[in-house]
Design a protein around this ligand. Sequence first.
Ligand code: CDP
Length: 212
Amino acid sequence: RGVIVTIDGVAASGKSSVSGGVASALGIPYVSSGLLYRAATLLALEAGLDLHQTADLEAAVLQELARHTLVLEPLAAGNRVWEGQREITERLHSTRIDKGVSIIAVMPRVRAWVDDQLRALPAPFVAEGRDMGTAVFPEASAKFYLTASPRIRAERRAKERPEDIPAIEAALTRRDELDRAQIAPAPDALVIDTGPLDLQGVIDLILSKLAL
Ligand code: CDP
């Protein structure tokens, strides 16, 4: 099996952009695990499931996952997600999905479904998410974990969402709270505070560690 590099971190810590940059520099694809959780959330919402009220929501979500074919296409230039012949990538970054995804992502059988899809992908690749270096690819060759203060992360995400910075910061903090079961860094991960660095600075730092 080829090389696997994992890049985990909290919400809006820059994982996707950093992973894309590192993967391009290495000439390999990156894999955004969060997109699969987001796609599962989209299917649940499109099926009309109420994420707060539905009795046995997990079984209902699993049923939706069984009824549809979701495929993650791990392109170096940006991951795409397909539901059958329909490309759904653009729909996965709405505030509505941001709000619901952590409810879906705590479900053990949804996590098992995502993990199976990821482990079936041919290495080499850069895997990006929350638990890539811990639960999914503990054998990875190199592991990184990105952090930044909630305010800095909210300022970055404000460029991609319509809400104002305080509202985004509150939503990010809430999501970190809901995600806390799966966001502990691997003991062998290098933790990088991205606050003082720009995107290229983080990419260069990771590449310098990989070159050693
Ligand atoms: O880019 P951002 O960090 O906002 O989101 P993402 O990486 O697309 O992840 C979206 C959500 O999926 C997270 O808030 C988690 O609830 C869940 N997730 C997870 O539980 N495990 C992963 N490996 C990746 C994402």
